[in-house]
Design a protein. Structure first.
Length: 94
């Protein structure tokens, strides 16, 4: 097992449990251990304000808050504790 992501805090935001589970397993193979999973952008935003992640991987289409809305809040809200989070990724499978 690699330890490439050992010191990276990653937030996974996806309303599809299967997708989040697969992504979590892939990140663990790369050594990630600080993984937090949320099933919508609203919950992730509240958690981010309390303890920002180093990376946020988010689905695009979710309710009640979408991935692009979450990304916009992280980047532009005065409440955001870290507007410079690298690696905010918006994914979508069609």
């Amino acid at each position: 097992m690699s330890d490439y992501l050992r010191h990276v805090s990653i937030m996974i935001v996806d309303d599809q449990e299967f997708n989040a589970k697969i992504l979590r397993q892939m990140l663990r193979v790369l050594g990630a251990s600080d993984l937090r999973v949320f099933n919508n952008g609203e919950d992730a935003w509240e958690a981010f304000k309390e303890r920002p992640g180093d990376m946020v991987i988010t689905d695009r289409k979710m309710q009640p808050m979408s991935g692009p809305t979450l990304t916009n809040l992280i980047r532009n809200s005065p409440e955001s504790p870290n507007v410079f989070v690298p690696g905010i990724l918006v994914k979508e499978f069609q």
